[in-house]
Design a protein. Sequence first.
Length: 89
Amino acid sequence: MLQTWIRLLTLMAVAALFIVQQVSYPLVTVWVALGEYLHCASYVLLLDLIITNRGLKGLSVKTQICFLFVHWFRYFDSFFSTHPNHWIF
């Protein structure tokens, strides 16, 4: 039960940080901010998989791994890294 609360609070903290970031230095659109949030949440899911070896309740491990790969490939793609904001198309 404690691990579930820690996971939930971590994801909520990441969301709160992105809300603060949007207010102080807005990204281009809400979709760009959502993409950045999902990218950061993918790291939380990865840590969850490493620590618990089970993953987030309700999502299969295969689903979480696919989720991670999609966001990692988008992040490391050289097209996005040429612009200061990685999520602008």
